[in-house]
Structure formats: C-alpha cells, structure tokens
Ligand binder design. Structure first.
Ligand code: HPA
Length: 278
C-alpha cells in the first residue's frame, strides 16, 4: 500500500495556495478532458500551475492543462482545477483525491465536478450533458476506495454515508437552469473504471446491465472524498462518444477532446446559471 496522506501534507498545500492568492473560494470546479475553456471566464484570476505547489499531483494527460485558477465567476469566489490526475497515470487514490482534501481545508463548501464520459445509455448522443444522479463505484468495490487507510477524523467519519452523494438541491438548480437556458439535460448513473484502456463491447454490456448510463475514468473518488469532508456535490458529464456496445466503432482520445468543443458552451451555461443561484 502506498503511504496515506497526512493532515500535515494537506495543510502544507493549503498554506501554499493561500500564500499565492487572497481569494477564499466557496465553490470549487474540477474541469475534465477537453473542458478547460470554462476557466477562461474567471475574473480577477490568480493562476497557480500544479507544478508550483510542492506535492500537488501533476497531470500527464493531453487535454488537461494542470493549473488552479482562483477568482470570481458569476459573483462567487471560485477555485477552478483545470485538469485532474487519474489513477491510471500511476497515482494512488489518495493522491488522486488530495486536491479535494485541500479544497475542503480551504473552506470550499460546494464541488462542481465535470468529466468527459462515454454514453452507455443508447438514447445519449455525443455532445449531450448528463446530470450525474448517482454513481457506481466499481473500482472502489474491488478495493480501491480513496478512503482506505487511517481515517482522517478532521474530515469525517470512518464509514461515511453515500446515499446522497450528489446533492438533490444542487441537481434541482441544474435542471432549472438547463430548462431556462434551453440546454437539453440528460440524467443518469456514472460508472468509474480505472482505465486507461477503453471498454470492450462485453465490458459495456455488463455495465449497462449493472445500471450505468455513462462511463469514465475519474470523478467517483473525488466525490467520495468531497462527501467525506462534508461538501455538497454537483456532477456533470459531457458525453464525448457513444460507447461501443456492439464493437462496430472505435473510441479515441481525439474524439473525446473534439466533443469538448460542443459540450463546453452548454456546460458553461449550466454552471454559470447554478453559480448565480447559489
Ligand atoms: N470510456 C471510458 N472513459 C471515457 C470514455 C469512454 O468511452 N469517453 C470519455 N471517457
């Protein structure tokens, strides 16, 4: 087992962030593959590349910029993570979720988490936005839960509840904004796999049977750690490709990044609208 992350390590990063900005964010946003552009509208921005924060896990994936942007968006003090790290990059689950621990200690109360995901639900199309109503923690069920190891009592209990991982009031706000802005909003269950290989058709038929609507390689560990620390979570998936249930098409990372261009304007409308209503 890789060494667990201590409160001291987390708080060193909290101090390092505070030393670089006067913003005190209440809302944090994690931007997934191809969704970086959302950070460009942050006003009065302080930008911190991940590499300048000692111990912060650094992104190795194309399409993930790898920096923190702190500032004002729609009247809210926000911290935007442009890019994230994934388990498949070789990081431990504790490292993958370290940024969420730091956010919690910075005083962030609400996490808006986004990702690019493959559609398993046959009604979904590339370019759609899916409100995450629940998740399947397949990776966690097999032992890779980010809370494995000594419990950090300062954040939450040993056995945190996950009956409402995705906040119902925030989901209602997202539905309301989507309706007002004319953005069609899908809803469903997100399943997290470790990746980096995409799924076989048999994998996908299994996941569909298990109740998943969209599949990706992130988000679930971050949400578990956010909930452990008492944050409220809104999750949005940008559907980048149709998962290949019958083996007739090929999924590529380029396709995932290209779909981001269609997804970003819609995602931005929803996120801006929700921030205005908070
Ligand atoms: N599978 C897994 N992860 C993904 C996909 C996919 O089809 N698309 C974007 N992330």
């Amino acid at each position: 087992m890789q060494p667990p992350i201590s409160l001291e390590q987390i708080d060193r990063l909290v101090e390092a962030v505070r030393a670089r900005t006067d913003h005190r964010p209440r809302v944090a946003l994690i931007l997934g593959s191809g969704l970086n552009a959302l950070a460009e509208s942050v006003r009065d921005a302080d930008v911190i590349p991940f590499g300048e924060l000692p111990g912060w896990p650094v992104t190795t994936v194309e399409g993930h910029v790898g920096r923190l942007v702190l500032g004002d968006l729609e009247g809210q003090a926000v911290l935007v993570m442009q890019g994230r790290v994934h388990y498949y990059e070789g990081y431990s689950m504790a490292q993958v979720t370290l940024p969420v621990r730091v956010m919690t200690r910075l005083g962030v109360e609400i996490l808006i988490v986004t990702n690019a995901a493959g559609a398993i639900n046959p009604d979904f199309e590339p370019g759609d936005i899916m409100l995450i109503t629940d998740h399947l923690n397949l990776v966690g069920m097999t032992g890779l839960n980010p809370l494995r190891g000594p419990n950090l009592d300062e954040f939450g209990p040993r056995f945190p509840d996950m009956s409402q991982a995705y906040d119902r009031a925030l989901a209602d706000l997202a539905r309301r904004v989507a309706a007002e802005e004319g953005v069609p909003l899908r809803e469903g269950v997100y399943v997290c796999l470790s990746g980096p290989s995409f799924e076989t058709p048999a994998d996908l038929r299994f996941l569909r049977t298990a109740g998943a609507d969209a599949v990706g390689m992130s988000t679930v560990p971050e949400v578990i750690v956010a909930r452990h620390g008492g944050m409220r979570v809104l999750g949005l998936s940008g559907i980048s490709n149709k998962a290949n249930l019958d083996g007739s098409t090929v999924t590529t990372h380029e396709e995932v990044l290209a779909a981001g261009k269609v997804i970003v304007p819609k995602m931005e409308k929803i996120i801006r609208g929700v921030l205005r209503l908070l």
